[in-house]
Design a protein around this ligand. Structure first.
Ligand code: C2E
Ligand code: CA
Ligand code: CA
Length: 567
């Protein structure tokens, strides 16, 4: 049996225009689908709206009218809890007025003259649908603190500007506060709110001078969709000066990312770009402004490609593990002591890709676990293989990513790996970058403790690139400090760098851990390190990272030397 659909009463639409011809032509377009009522000026419109407050689905509002114009109507509507819920589409021939109307709460606009009935019907239908949906969700349109748009509304309006205003060149700007949580922690939440409010005020002042819309989200991030500006340095400066004025001692630093308009990039994606640019400026107080450019676009395309290619690469065995030797330099001649496993990606089309190009990318989205597990397994297998063939064990260290540390199965998996390959724990060393130690200290320290209790040795990688303080260091579980390469680079030329290295060596002695110097390329660097009692050295001076087969030759040569020495 076919059930007939219940007849619905047509929805009620109010058309407000002082010109009869306009009212009539809209009436003709709408009357097949809607019940239409009319008003000739703003005052009448408000009366009709109040009379039909709960039954009215939409108002089509002319802006220029006698008695009371459309802007005044919008102002009244905005302040009226009940009327606010009724969506208003403004009718206008003046583009700049549209944006103002939008800012005053209009849902959309229709341009005069009314020459495309289908477009008008579609827009009317869409807005009614949207507003019915919205009333259900009843999301807040404005952020209470700054009176900027909340995020959903912001993007809804931004899309509308993008879709219907092909003549407007709109850039995406993201403004962020450095270390906002610290500002809050040091100065209290009220002060933090003052900071946010002040930025909100200044953004609204800026939007009063140009055209655009703005929102705040995730506490301290501001998104501005505004007419293209010739340059953004002065805009950022203007915000920064407000901050300095609020409290010169609070050390509030702003950073800004800008993605210039692109006709094929929708607002959501344009803001992804602006945010990426803004993130690149993070912590850079010298250059707090970053504009999304061609390089970043290429980088973005490469990233997307690499993400897609990861799975086939694992299956197709495109990843290879290279080994770079570490030498004990406190004996003469230096003696091979261990190696570091470093991943390489031989991409069938892009060629050799450096880990610097894909490790941070995969770290950012959790895929790094796949790569790391592969390297660990490969390295463990290799240690066992060399052990059985050469009769001696060369320990190999593998890199852990910060996300590995948060994997609850990490300890068990590493233990399993060691057991399956018949190794002892100290044969598979683990390198973890210094900044991972400080990220989320308690949990990280806990996992490292458990690993060390099993018998794994932990090397703190890139030491000196993070911000561990001395008193933190003395509580950190670690066996080896791996000095960041930047300290070695100019050690021969720079007295300061030499002092820093010597300081790090002192710290290591105090902590009773050994030190690896990485990136050692010259005889001169080696001499300084040996003099300073650095234990181990890794770098091109001894060897670049090598494929397993080549590393084996190095291993054989070293064994040969040992044999000659002992005879
Ligand atoms: P890292 O752990 O600090 O590794 C040392 C990097 O320095 C390696 O770069 C190595 O090839 C390079 N290097 C060694 N000696 C010298 C030298 O004398 N001069 C110069 N200029 N460079 C030298 P690579 O292999 O490109 O790796 C870069 C980074 O990628 C590594 O830095 C590490 O953070 C990451 N990485 C590499 N393999 C893995 C892996 O399997 N898992 C994870 N999570 N990260 C990895
Ligand atoms: Ca490393
Ligand atoms: Ca390192």
């Amino acid at each position: 049996m076919i059930q007939s659909k219940q007849m619905q009463r047509p929805k009620l639409v109010l058309v407000v225009d002082d010109h009869e011809i306009n009212r009539d032509s809209l009436g003709v377009i709408l009357e097949d689908d809607y019940e239409v009522i009319y008003a000739e000026n703003g005052k009448e419109a408000l009366e009709e709206m109040r009379a039909h407050a709960t039954g009215l689905s939409l108002v089509l509002l002319d802006l220029m009218m006698p008695v009371m114009n459309g802007f005044e109507v919008l102002e009244h509507v905005r302040q009226d809890e009940q009327l606010k819920a009724i969506p208003v589409i403004v009718l206008t021939a003046d583009k700049s007025a549209e944006l103002q109307a939008l800012q005053m709460g209009a849902a959309d606009f229709i341009t005069k003259p009314f020459d495309m009935p289908e477009v008008i019907l579609a827009r009317v239908g869409r807005i009614i649908e949207l507003s019915e949906g919205r009333q259900l969700i009843s999301a807040a349109e404005h952020d209470k603190l700054t009176m900027l748009y909340s995020r959903n509304f912001f993007f809804e309006y931004a899309n509308r500007l993008y879709n219907y205003h092909n003549d407007m060149i709109l850039d995406a700007v993201v403004l962020n506060i450095e270390q906002f949580h610290t500002i809050n922690a040091l100065n209290g939440r009220d002060f933090g709110d003052d900071v946010l409010r002040l930025i909100g005020n200044e953004i609204r002042a800026f939007l009063g001078e140009t055209q655009g819309i703005a929102s705040r989200f995730e506490a301290d991030s501001f998104e501005i969709y505004c007419l293209h500006q010739a340059e953004y340095r002065s805009l950022l400066k203007r915000f920064q000066e407000k901050m300095d004025g609020l409290s010169p001692n609070a050390n509030i630093h702003l950073r800004m990312g800008v993605a210039p308009f692109h006709e094929e990039v929708e607002p959501v994606f344009l803001f992804d770009r602006a945010r990426a640019a803004c993130n690149m400026a993070r912590g850079d107080y010298q250059n707090p402004l970053m504009i999304y450019d061609e390089d970043m676009r290429l980088r973005e395309m490469l990233d997307r490609r690499l993400l897609n290619d990861l799975r086939p690469a694992v299956e197709g065995r495109q990843f290879q593990v290279y080994y770079q030797p570490k030498y004990n330099i406190q004996v003469d001649p230096p003696r091979l002591s261990s190696a570091e496993a470093l991943i390489r990606w031989k991409h069938p089309e892009l060629g050799m890709i450096s880990p610097g190009d894909f490790i941070p990318l995969f770290e950012g989205n959790g895929l790094i676990g796949v790569v790391d597990s592969f390297v660990w397994e490969e390295a463990a297998r290799q240690i066992a293989n060399w052990k059985s063939r050469f009769g001696f064990t060369l320990p190999v260290s593998v890199n852990l990513s910060r996300s590995d540390v948060f994997d609850p199965t990490l300890v068990d998996r590493l233990v399993q790996l060691v057991e399956d390959n018949g190794l002892s724990y100290k044969d598979l060393k683990l390198e973890l970058t210094e900044s991972a130690y400080t990220d989320n200290a308690r949990q990280v320290l806990d996992v490292i403790d458990r690993l060390r209790r099993k018998g794994f040795e932990i090397e703190m990688d890139d030491f000196g690139s993070g911000y561990s303080s001395l008193n933190m260091l003395s509580d950190m579980p670690l066996d080896v400090l791996k000095m960041d390469m930047k300290f070695i680079r100019n050690i021969e030329q720079s007295e300061t760098d030499r002092r820093l290295v010597s300081l790090i060596l002192d710290i290591a002695r105090y902590l009773e851990v050994s030190v690896v110097a990485e990136g050692v390329e010259t005889e001169g660097q080696l001499a300084i390190l040996r003099e300073g009692k650095c234990d181990l050295v890794q770098g091109y001076y001894f060897s670049r990272p090598l494929p397993a087969a080549d590393f084996e030759k190095l291993l054989e040569r070293e064994l040969e030397k040992e044999r000659n020495r002992s005879i």
